[in-house]
Design a protein around this ligand. Structure first.
Ligand code: SAM
Length: 210
């Protein structure tokens, strides 16, 4: 049986460890004057969602009885653990994917410590490959990886959406997410709802179109 307190302990520990994120980012920042930010530049950085976002995601899962979750961008697993808190109660399941192997291995250890490995399928590699040919329907898609992949991933997984699917777009206020959001804004099939001062956009399907 999953012990809620074990998940909380692991989440607390990970947030403590992530306090050094700011410092680590400062160290690599000069590099980005000349070259684009790559996932491997952030191999030691959590880049996680906030605790408030995590707690609200859990509530969203319960409110909408979400069972099938797909996450792009596991990092060390903070967001996945919040998702797990929700789907434990709805008896659901999470597929999450991470490009950087060392991060994924740490995330797997964190899921083990929290006692939630049995409900999480972590796929190591490029999300466009690891989520290819996805067969089952998706209740919640969490986009929290590199922004240039948001649109191709969204298009690839769109056939798996249903009328109540929720797409949670994190870091929606970043410049490289704007092209993706523009496409969705112009698509009458979707409704966009900004949250947390536009850091997040929640996308749902227009009910008159489904
Ligand atoms: C913002 S972080 C995710 C944070 C995590 N969701 C959390 O809240 O704890 C984004 C992650 O996406 C990963 N990533 C970037 N490009 C990817 C790709 N093509 N496929 C899978 N993961 C990728 C990065 O390595 C990074 O760890």
């Amino acid at each position: 049986m999953v012990k809620e307190e074990n998940i909380e302990i692991v989440i607390d520990q990970l947030y403590k460890d992530s306090r050094l994120d700011g410092l680590k980012m400062l160290k690599v920042a000069p590099k980005f004057i000349f070259s684009p930010m790559l996932p491997e530049d952030f191999k030691d950085v959590y880049l996680s969602i906030s605790r408030k976002q995590g707690e609200d995601l859990r509530k969203l899962i319960l409110k909408k009885n979400i069972k099938d979750v797909v996450e792009f961008g596991t990092s060390f697993g903070i967001s996945t653990l919040f998702l797990a808190q929700g789907v434990i109660e709805t008896k659901g399941h999470i597929i999450t994917t991470e490009l950087i192997e060392t991060k994924a291995i740490k995330a797997l250890q964190n899921f083990e410590k929290a006692g939630v490995s049995h409900i999480i399928d972590l796929r190591i590699g490029d999300a466009l490959e690891t989520l290819k040919n996805h067969q089952s329907s998706i209740d919640l898609l969490l986009l929290d990886g590199w922004k240039d992949l948001y649109l191709p991933l969204f298009k690839m997984l769109e056939p798996n959406f249903h009328k109540d699917t929720v797409i949670y777009v994190d870091n929606a206020n970043m410049s490289d997410a704007q092209e993706f959001l523009k496409v969705l804004k112009n698509d009458t099939n979707y409704i966009l709802q900004p949250m947390y001062d536009r850091k997040v956009v929640l996308v749902t399907l227009s009910q008159d179109k489904v």
